[in-house]
Write a protein that binds this ligand. Structure first.
Ligand SMILES: [Zn+2]
Length: 173
């Protein structure tokens, strides 16, 4: 019997639209004009409503609206860039610092057995055109399904995104 994703309590438009746009392979216009990740970045300070757990000068971290596992975060540059080599040195430095903070916060909040960290770069890797660069940070537990299975499949989520936001925000240093 196939599992289904059982929770439906999260309704934030920005994050939901961002994930759906990503799934459709459409990251928005090249200038970011209709990019939902840009809209999230401009939606105000971190809150349970916009799903942002950290908003820096050049980067931010937001909950994935359709997580592969509890605590699944996306880490992004605030500026609309598609490729790694489009990042300035300062952006790349802060993006990595934010990614490290995300890993630390997820370790503190969830005590996972491991994590997946990665990005889809280019069409062949699953990226659409043109899109807003983002890194996935996904907590993993021994005995859960492998990463590709969890990406393609459906999961029973043990907590709501609102709960995840509270836990991660409290753990973020
Ligand atoms: Zn964008």
């Amino acid at each position: 019997m196939p599992l289904e994703q059982l929770w439906a309590g999260w309704r934030h438009d920005y994050v939901t639209a961002a994930t759906e746009q990503e799934r459709a392979g459409d990251g928005g216009a090249a200038d970011g004009g209709d990019c939902v990740f840009c809209r999230i970045a401009a939606s105000g300070p971190p809150s349970v409503d916009n799903g942002i757990v950290f908003l820096g000068d050049l980067s931010f971290a937001v909950l994935n609206a359709y997580p592969y596992a509890s605590g699944h975060l996306l880490v992004l540059p605030r500026r609309h860039v598609a490729e790694m080599d489009e990042l300035t040195d300062d952006e790349a430095t802060e993006l990595w610092a934010t990614t490290r903070q995300a890993v630390d916060a997820l370790n503190a909040a969830y005590r996972p057995d491991g994590m997946n960290l990665g990005a889809n770069l280019g069409r062949a890797a699953g990226a659409g055109i043109p899109r807003h660069l983002h890194l996935h940070v996904v907590p993993r537990w021994s005995g859960d399904t492998n990463f590709m299975t969890s990406v393609g499949g459906v999961r029973v989520m043990p907590e709501t995104l609102a709960t995840a936001w509270e836990k991660i925000s409290a753990a973020w240093s």
